[in-house]
Design a binder for this molecule. Sequence first.
Ligand SMILES: *Cc1c(COP(=O)(O)O)cnc(C)c1O
Length: 375
Amino acid sequence: MKASVINRAPDICDLAPGYIRAIAPYQPGKPISELARELGLDPDHIIKLASNENPLGVSPLAMQAVQAALADIARYPDGNGFELRHALSRRYGVDMSQIVLGNGSNDVLELAARSFLMPELEAVYSQHAFAVYPLATQAVGATGVEVPARDFAHDLDAMLKAITPRTRLIFLANPNNPTGTLVRSNELLAFLLAVPPSVVVVLDEAYNEYLPDELKADSVGWLKEFPNLVVTRTFSKAYGLAGLRVGYAFAHPGVADLMNRVRQPFNVNSLALAAAAAGLNDREFVRRSFELNQSGMRRITHGLAQLGLAFIPSFGNFVSVKVRDADGVFQRLLERGVIVRPIASYGMPDYLRVSIGLESENERFLEALRQSVVP
Ligand SMILES: *Cc1c(COP(=O)(O)O)cnc(C)c1O
């Protein structure tokens, strides 16, 4: 073929749908290995408080299950995830037909978007809400409607007003990441009652296990009344399994069936299935994770207040703090071997998000921050 013909060929990337080309890539927290390479630091002296991972690591029961499951990795995983769905069904009193497993809860968020959205339809979510909502919406060519937050929290009245005949999905994170704000149970219930039954509400409860019992909504109980409700949870946070990627959704059986149809048949790997089923029973580990987070949150917010820094009161395992010159502070923390998360891409250029760590990590963060902030 003559070169002139090749030159006239269009750029293949220009042929991808405009809504795909318009997607802004997700910016993950910086891995320890990358920072070690970039700054020539000893990886053992770097602490990562950037991705809301569990500082206690993984539940010993889950670890044992992974080790046992390793023997079988030549086999495909159970595509129905029977054991894990059975365990979830017993724990939460939902029918197995109401459970959808995902490769992380990111995956189930996407399954909800793929099941209910298409070009011309709209998804509503809040400003400063989790970054995956716009991504999942745009990937299917639907339109994301971002509703301004009120004091960094979801403005439920404004979200209701944003609903149009084209709205098919609402994403709501509770608590929200990266703001840590919580919608109270009674407000959430009033919201669900006000949303038209033709709109699916995806209630993302990734941080549910970090809430004290009195603040937990009866979201799973509400499934009986609201066939348009999808509740999503994850094993990435309090269960300490972020690297294995496993999350789930509870939904009306019909909705779960749709989501399972667009799901990849083997979306959750065998190690993740085994670890999650075992981890679910390690209530002691989740309790310790909760308590460490409570005391760490008190310590860090106290330290931030002592430094005279404003922060958004958080119900998650992280807190977002306001600093002058967030980019500069982020860089200076990196130089001191502390990785936190800049959240300019969430529309919060003056904030850094820090995950609650071990006691020693929290102290190191506070000391490094003291040395890094601009008075
Ligand atoms: C961390 C997080 C998730 C969970 O992601 P996984 O894919 O399960 O690791 C979901 N939603 C929010 C708001 C989160 O912060």
